[in-house]
Design a protein around this ligand. Structure first.
Ligand SMILES: [Zn+2]
Ligand SMILES: [Zn+2]
Length: 336
């Protein structure tokens, strides 16, 4: 019994080199197996190094398939070479410290843990945000001075990886990698990445905004009074590292319901089917007309809850306004 995820050739035109970060071995677990933890991206065996071994089906032999993935509850002081799979609950740069360290709070089905990500120079993992499902390997466990267990991840170490599974192009174009949800399933008990077949219901013209994002992390870069761009996520200036981006709110619909969602970067450009530069080259009345032409276009969309769990702090927001939209479209693919 082998899950029909074959070699890299079957992945089709992903546009991103996922093959290098994915193995062709897949754990033969049944979709719907009650033993499979429903943490991350739909319900499926994630074909990423180490992850397959974790789905604790007796048919998986961790020894034959590389280091097993751990659950938060299994972690002990001084463990090394750990792999974890879970949802980003919080992420921010640690201040008042030498070097580039980010604090990532990760949650799986068994608990939550703080991971400290140490970078050689700057953040290098693309966009990772609240609600995204990630896989991390090469982690080491230690006790903090306050006697709390945490894990650390060092960019410079060989064998470490951090893959954002929610953003994998293959998630949307390989039907074996996801189970379709309805938009009405988003409010379910688990905060997984849902893949939905949707159409654009409506985009208000004033819900399209443009600004600059930091190319290394995909987060919004604001302009300081002296004109120098500054990344709110990396907490640093980023001259020469910004790209124009949309920040978009739009109403999605499927057979059952409608939701208001938001997106940015490449995902927003994919949904609008136009680059920010081309869009803002249009006269304003044509911009408004353009919005009508894309209504009812159909997409596959990977959607997460970007709402912070604790203290209800708003998600990052280009304007810092309080008009918070919970659902982030992390990836979209137009249906031909
Ligand atoms: Zn309108
Ligand atoms: Zn940044």
């Amino acid at each position: 019994m082998t899950h029909p995820i074959g070699g890299a050739s079957s992945w089709g035109p992903c546009g991103v080199d996922v093959a290098s970060s994915l193995t062709t071995e897949v754990c033969p677990v049944d979709i719907g197996d009650p033993l499979v933890p429903v943490v991350g991206v739909g319900v499926f065996p994630v074909p990423v190094d180490g992850v397959e071994a974790s789905f604790s089906s007796s048919e998986c032999d961790p020894v034959a398939r590389g280091p097993p993935m751990s659950f938060v509850t299994d972690l002990r002081d001084k463990m090394t070479s750990i792999s974890l799979y879970g949802i980003v609950v919080d992420i921010f740069r640690q201040k008042d410290i030498l070097g580039t360290v980010f604090i990532l709070k990760l949650e799986d089905t068994t608990g939550a843990i703080i991971a400290k990500l140490h970078f050689v120079k700057s953040w290098s993992l693309g966009r990772v945000s609240i609600g995204h499902t990630i896989f991390m390997s090469g982690l080491s466990c230690s006790m903090t001075s306050r006697n709390v267990l945490e894990v650390s991840w060092l960019e410079k170490d060989t064998g470490t990886s951090l893959v954002n599974l929610s953003c994998l192009p293959a998630l949307l174009n390989s039907s074996c990698l996801h189970k379709l949800s309805y938009l009405s399933d988003l409010t379910g008990p688990t905060n997984i990445t849902h893949v939905c077949s949707v159409r654009i219901d409506h985009i208000e013209h004033y819900h399209i905004e443009s600004g600059f994002s930091h190319s290394l992390c995909g987060h919004f870069a604001s302009e300081r009074p002296d004109g120098i761009p500054e990344c709110s996520f990396c907490n640093c200036t980023c001259v020469g590292e910004v790209i124009r981006t949309f920040q978009l709110k739009l109403t999605l619909a499927d057979e059952r319901t409608k939701i208001l969602s938001w997106c940015t970067g490449q995902t927003a450009a994919e949904l609008l089917q136009i680059s920010p530069d081309d869009f803002y080259d249009l006269p304003e009345d044509e911009q408004a007309m353009y919005m009508y032409t894309i209504e009812n276009e159909r997409f596959m969309a990977a959607i997460v809850s970007s709402k912070r769990q604790e203290n209800n702090v708003d998600v990052e927001n280009m304007n810092g306004d309080s008009d918070v939209v919970t659902w982030e479209i992390v990836r979209a693919l137009k249906c031909e």
